[in-house]
Ligand binder design. Structure first.
Ligand code: GLY
Length: 607
């Protein structure tokens, strides 16, 4: 049994063993072009007996097989996450971290695992200061590529703890399908190709990364088969030795070496600063069993992730503010104006209060209190946008009465990347998993641990880069950087009705809250709620929005005083499962963002 966790809530564990057999790889080993066994990209599946959704068809196929072979939602989620490390290695993998939210049908409890990366013992106020200049490293190109921003990974320990608490398989069994995919290969799609190209300069700066992701110096071609035998061997090492094979011993030393002395290519112009992580930092890593955040919204109980994630409180505060209005009765533009303003208020409080709650006092209860929301509503003019940035409220002392709070504040620089990934799983017993995981930047730190087949994260860039002793998100040894991840499970009368989540850095909060409003308030189906164009209103003078959003609402929102800036990038990329009457499952993945995801059910309706 693993000891690599801290308990903050009670836990129950499953016991049945399950053998996962078979492979979902795309073509036989040795092939160099696409085979004919591609799992389908299905944006919506409706049916019974369990469901999965992810942003990758191979990953969803892995999850579906686990469920069909008798595994539960946790077994499927861990197997899927391991497969993500193979087919979407630039978004997540064992070199990163994430947040795992679980609904247990046997107890009715929602519980979470915080597997966030952690700053090494050597981190402190000067971590982001370049010793050569005495000034902070520039974010690009210095901080994003190199060892200085690598946090101690939490993903392997998350999988281990999740299986221990709720799974029926061992880690060995859960890693088997992904190991087969790593060995036999998957067919390179446009996204993988494009993301490799976008990272080419970074990857060329690190010899181990060039070897893995730029074979023959080129990004793998669309339609070719990409194999990762090094990762297959690493997964086998974890299967044989458990997570201790990651956090202690040879691999831990290799990770620390890669952080302290990244294998820099001769002649690179990138600075690639080194970090301080030691094998002792890895040996000390623990996931945390945390209580979820929870708030009620129009008759639903919405569970999310607590600090160091800012997702639970920020989505919750924005929706608590919106709950003061009858959005259904408003026209499209007015409802969206309210959403923009509520988001700005919630983001102001996020910046003021959110950090790792084990290091700083985060007023979670206040931020999620309806009385606090009532007080914040005082600053929401239904007719006009408030001047941005709006000021934070006092989440430690409030009475719901309007008292002339200051109208304007400051907005910190947002350097969070739009990487990360998300998956959703529901099993035939009614257990639900919502899991968001990441290595931060697309391509993480750019450092592949030599010979091990996976990228290390650059999650420490989610700390505030400029050190300020009053900032709740300042970097400290052993602390976890603030995250925007918002894996969410919605209950009604104690039963789960919806689980959803998204990647996207701070856009995660905008995407998740928008999807909830779309579904609960604006009369959309869950498919429509996910596909609908999105904006990312935070607390700045301008709001980024997808082009279709600008086309649909730009003129009307401009009349309220909002300035929309179109982006060609997707704002979030969701997966979701809705649980209807009689256990009818509607599994949904993005139809087009990031090339579209894949949602599958064990027993399609009508069959
Ligand atoms: N690195 C993205 C997040 O934690 O929100």
């Amino acid at each position: 049994m693993s000891r690599r966790f801290v308990v903050r809530s009670s836990a129950a564990a499953g016991a049945l063993a399950l053998v996962l057999a078979g492979s979902v790889a795309a073509s036989p080993a040795g092939a160099s072009t696409a085979g004919s066994h591609q799992p389908p990209r299905v944006p919506t599946s409706v049916g019974y007996g369990g469901a999965v959704s992810s942003l990758d068809p191979v990953v969803s196929e892995v999850g579906l097989r686990v469920l069909r072979q008798g595994g539960n939602a946790t077994d499927a989620a861990v197997a899927m996450a391991a497969a993500i490390g193979v087919t979407d290695p630039y978004s997540a993998g064992i070199g990163g971290g994430g947040f795992f939210v679980h609904y247990d049908a046997s107890t009715g409890e929602v519980e979470t695992i915080d597997g966030r990366e952690t700053a090494p013992a050597g981190a402190g106020p000067d971590t982001f200061v370049d010793p050569a200049t005495g000034r902070p490293y520039p974010f690009y190109p210095d901080l994003v590529t190199g060892g200085v921003s690598v946090g101690v990974p939490g993903t392997p320990a998350t999988w281990d703890r999740a299986l221990e608490r709720w799974g029926t398989t061992t880690l060995r069994q859960a890693l088997r399908p992904a190991t087969a995919v790593a060995e036999q290969g998957f067919v390179v799609d446009q996204l993988f190709h494009d993301q490799t190209l976008a990272n080419q300069a970074r990857f060329e700066a690190i010899t181990s990364t060039t070897e893995l992701f730029l074979p023959d110096g080129e990004a793998p071609a669309v339609g070719s088969v990409f194999r990762n035998p090094d990762l297959a061997a690493t997964y086998r090492a974890l299967a044989a030795g458990g997570v201790e094979a990651f956090y202690e011993g040879e691999l831990a030393h290799e990770i620390a070496d890669a952080v302290q002395a990244p294998p820099v290519a001769a002649g690179t112009s990138l600075p690639v600063p080194a970090g301080s992580m030691t094998p002792a930092d890895l040996a000390a890593y623990e996931v945390v069993d945390r209580d979820p955040t929870v708030f009620s919204y129009r008759g639903y109980d919405v569970y999310g992730m607590a600090p160091p994630a800012s997702g639970g409180t920020t989505v919750g505060e924005a929706l608590n503010i919106l709950e003061q209005f009858d959005l259904e009765s408003l026209d499209d533009a007015a409802a969206r104006h309210h959403f923009f303003e509520a988001s700005a208020l919630a983001f102001a409080d996020r910046a003021a209060y959110l950090g790792d709650g084990d290091f700083v006092d985060v007023p979670v209860d206040g931020l999620l209190d309806d009385t606090f929301a009532k007080e914040r509503v005082c600053l929401l003019d239904p007719q006009a946008a408030a001047p941005k940035p709006v000021a934070p409220g006092d989440a430690r002392s409030y009475d719901g009465v309007c008292d002339g709070a200051p109208a304007s504040g400051t907005v910190p620089e947002d350097t969070e990347s739009t990487s990360t990934t998300n998956l959703t799983a529901v099993d035939k017993w009614g257990d639900v998993v919502e899991y968001t995981l990441t290595i931060e930047q697309i391509g993480g730190s750019g450092i592949v641990v030599p010979g091990r087949g996976f990228l290390l994260n650059n999650e420490l860039t989610d700390f505030s880069i400029a050190y300020d002793a009053d900032d709740p998100n300042r970097i400290e040894a052993g602390k976890r950087p603030r995250s925007s991840m918002a894996p969410t499970i919605v209950l009604q009368d104690g039963s789960p009705v919806l689980a959803l989540g998204s990647p996207g850095g701070s856009n995660i909060i905008s995407a998740v809250s928008q999807m909830l409003v779309n579904r609960i308030d604006l009369g959309m189906t869950i498919q429509e709620a996910i596909a609908a164009p999105r904006a990312a209103p935070q607390n700045g003078t301008r709001t980024t929005a997808e082009q279709a959003y600008v086309d649909a609402y730009g003129t009307a929102l401009t009349a309220y005083g909002h300035t929309l800036v179109p982006t060609a990038n997707a704002i979030g990329a969701a997966t979701a499962i809705e649980i209807g009457p009689d256990g009818l499952l509607t599994a949904v993945a993005e139809p087009t963002r990031l090339g579209g995801g894949s949602a599958r059910v064990v027993r399609p309706a009508g069959q």
